[in-house]
Ligand binder design. Sequence first.
Ligand SMILES: [Zn+2]
Length: 333
Amino acid sequence: MHDLIGQLKTLNASLPTRENAPALADDYSGLRILAVHAHPDDESSKGAAAAAAYVARGARYMVVSMTGGERGDILNEQVAANPRAHRDLPGLRRSEMAAAREALGIEHRWAGFVDSGLPEGDPLPPLPYGAFATLPLEQAAAPLVRLVREYRPHIILSYDEIGGYPHPDHIMSHKVAVEAFHKAGDPHAYVGEGEPWQPLKLYYDKIFSPERTLALHEHLLKTRGESPMTPWVENIAARMDSAPKHRTTTRIPSFEYFEKRDAALLSHASQVEPGGVFFAVPTEELKDVWPWEDYTLIESLVPTPAKDGGEEWCFAEGIDYSNPNLHLASYSI
Ligand SMILES: [Zn+2]
């Protein structure tokens, strides 16, 4: 355990401060990013500040929610008192998503699948019939492939193999995102779902990166004397053993947009409590403790140092996004 913590501390000590980290460019006009999420609220808890940062610099950033979040629990006591939350949770979550979209300035689509719910109990009950995570891959991925061919993103953002955390819809979202990245450019795949388009880079989100969690934990211990991440740190060896091994390759400096992230998160009032764990470190302090959002570059068809053991501080590294007629053939790779 101590070795792991020591390694993470060394890694964190090697990171720049927010002032001397490489800054984003001023203008990303022409760049298109597509973030694939399982439920409305996931886009606000994972990479929302980075989304706002790119939008503010002229990029297009679209979120696709694979499901409507119909089987989410109501996680906020205040909202539980609202009759609409019980009568029409899907409708309420659509309104919440619209508010989050406004807060971040992003574009948004619903893929139209039905939430699988998080199975609980021993033994676990089967997933509901027809729910997103029960579908054959090709059926579940088809709307996403169609969207990729229409929107033509340079970059796809997704979850890792266990979905970041093992909700069946998150794991399925991972699968369809990887499928779309590999098949949307293939004219012989998903015939009838639009003109082929090959995205250039695929990333996995790392909001739960161990180095970030440790940094937040240490900050809380130092300033408050206690931390909700203590159980996580105590079990770090087991947790890191069972987690996919993806190093952080890419950090997006996004601290100037943390208030937008907060506003988007709080828009999802049925799912997010104002005093909840997402807000364990107050925003002003978080801007110093961890001023960026973390990703792993998984696939890249363009040259970038992150492919060869290096780091990136921007999704667009290696991409000629200013060229509207961009075609993969324009790259000599
Ligand atoms: Zn989710």
